[in-house]
Design a protein around this ligand. Structure first.
Ligand code: RB5
Length: 143
């Protein structure tokens, strides 16, 4: 899978370690930055990931900021994006199965790195259920 990843200044360290983790899982990672801890605006970086998915350059994405909230608000305003802010493994599993989520948002000031790895592992290993009623609900999200 090709995974686009981006973060703001609060997520640099988490992003760097997650890139390595995802590559070890066998994924191709496109890192859209930022790569410095100088203050920056999370929508500018979130946009790079959502556009990569919309253009089909990437299959799915990861966005990391301090809380994950700003990134998820931005991403969910973009067409075709279903972003999920996850701070636990159960939600990561269910948002893939139920929502066919395509962007994982996490907060570097909220969860530990170990939990981030656990969440990412489950999120990127869990397929959408492809169930008729869930497809119907996702269609309503698009509408
Ligand atoms: C940056 O200080 C912080 O606001 C940002 O990382 C994020 O948490 C916003 O939702």
């Amino acid at each position: 899978m090709i995974i686009a990843i981006a973060n703001d200044h609060a997520g640099v360290e988490y992003k760097t370690e997650l890139c390595e983790f995802l590559q070890k899982m066998g994924h191709t990672v496109i890192n859209f930055g930022c790569d410095q801890t100088t203050s920056c605006d999370y929508p500018d970086y979130a946009r790079k990931v959502t556009e990569a998915i919309q253009s089909k350059r990437a299959d799915m994405g990861v966005l990391i900021c301090g809380t994950g909230i700003g990134m998820s608000i931005f991403a969910n305003k973009q067409k075709g994006i279903r972003a999920s802010l996850c701070d636990n493994v159960f939600s990561a599993q269910l948002t893939r199965e139920h929502n066919d989520s395509n962007v994982l948002c996490m907060g570097a000031r909220v969860i530990s790195k170990e939990l981030m790895f656990d969440i990412a592992k489950v999120y990127f290993s869990t397929p959408f259920s492809n169930d008729e009623r869930r497809l119907r609900r996702i269609k309503k999200l698009e509408e």
